[in-house]
Design a protein around this ligand. Structure first.
Ligand code: PMV
Length: 327
């Protein structure tokens, strides 16, 4: 059986930063994100009786499946009562090394393609739980538009999955993605959050603040209030990075271009443009803006020496199935 699915990455507006269970990928707290339009991972999974191990190919190149890919496939096999191995072919429409959250779109597409190829029809919460076991943020990319990951409290993770907050049509919210010049990422998000929980003196303060940020961002989305959403998303991103910078040893995800964009965005905002930055665990900057500020903002960002590319995005669709072929 074979199935192909497509999913998009997401930008965290209230970040997930810290696990309470490393193995099941259960978070310390809730998070909210926006699934992004125009960036896609397309994944085909084929369960094949003749294979003696799981086989992975990323952007046309053979790759060694990571423990998380194997774990997700094992999870699907357990649900389907099958021992059959799989061939996984995955392609990104954006540069994988660019640090644009390919793990979220990758594991959301893998969860949908693998479950359907195994003959399972999981509901959205079930898909979200499955995707979560590959990468936490992937559980939110199952949905289009705005989604919230409910942390849950059960030790087995059965109540830890994402729910939709508002579909992509709810709000025409442009997001400009400024790609800045940078080398390979040194500390993965998983390592960064584990070190932050274990050693950052700011972690308890971060935990105390998150629920208030979640309340405000939920309200901003419901009321389509860009100033409120942008303000809270920017503060939440800066705090997450401050928590990481205070870890032992310190973690800095930024490069000079990150600061260049942050300073420019602040200056433009003082001059009256709607622009609010947010960075996930990497140097690139997502800028939330309004339709009438997009053109000017784009020109200003592209003029910065450390910015190599600016992509226009906005609310995008959830994970979707392209094709299923049976035996
Ligand atoms: O899902 P992971 O392990 O790639 O972690 C994502 C962490 C952040 O992008 C920084 C925050 C988030 O909520 O997506």
């Amino acid at each position: 059986m074979r199935a192909t699915a497509v999913a998009n990455p997401n930008l965290a507006l209230v970040k997930y930063w810290g696990k309470r269970d490393e193995k099941l990928i259960l978070p310390q707290h809730g998070s909210i994100s926006l699934t992004l339009q125009g960036l896609e991972t397309r994944t085909t999974v084929t369960f094949d009786q003749t294979l003696d191990h799981d086989d992975l190919c990323v952007n046309g190149e053979p790759a060694r499946p990571t423990g998380r890919v194997l774990g997700l496939l094992d999870g699907v096999r357990a649900l389907a009562g099958s021992a059959c191995r799989a061939r996984v072919e995955s392609e990104n429409s954006f540069p994988t090394a660019a640090g644009l959250a390919s793990s979220a779109s990758g594991f959301a597409a893998l969860a949908l393609a693998a479950s359907r190829a195994a003959g399972l029809t999981l509901d959205r919460p079930g898909l979200s739980r499955l995707a979560r076991q590959g990468s936490g943020s992937a559980c939110r990319s199952i949905y289009g538009g705005f989604a919230e990951w409910l942390p849950g409290s059960r030790p087995d993770g059965s109540d830890s999955f994402a729910e939709p907050l508002a579909p992509e049509e709810h709000w025409d919210l442009p997001v400009l993605i400024a790609l800045v010049r940078s080398g390979a990422k040194e500390v993965s998000s998983s390592q960064g959050m584990a070190r932050s929980v274990a050693t950052s003196p700011f972690y308890p303060a971060w935990r105390r603040q998150v629920d208030q940020d979640l309340d405000l961002v939920r309200r901003a989305i419901a009321e389509r209030d860009l100033n409120l959403l942008g303000r809270v998303a920017e503060e939440n991103a800066m705090r997450m990075h401050a928590v990481a910078m205070a870890a032992e040893p310190p973690i800095l995800y930024w490069s000079p271009g990150t600061i260049q964009v942050l300073e420019k965005v602040r200056a433009l905002r003082l001059a009256g443009l709607a622009a609010y930055p947010s960075m996930d665990a990497g140097p690139h900057v997502h800028v939330l803006t309004s339709r009438d500020s997009v053109a000017a903002l784009r020109v200003e960002l592209l003029a910065l020496g450390e910015v190599s590319e600016v992509r226009l995005s906005g609310p995008g669709p959830g994970a979707r199935l392209l094709d299923v072929a049976g035996p």
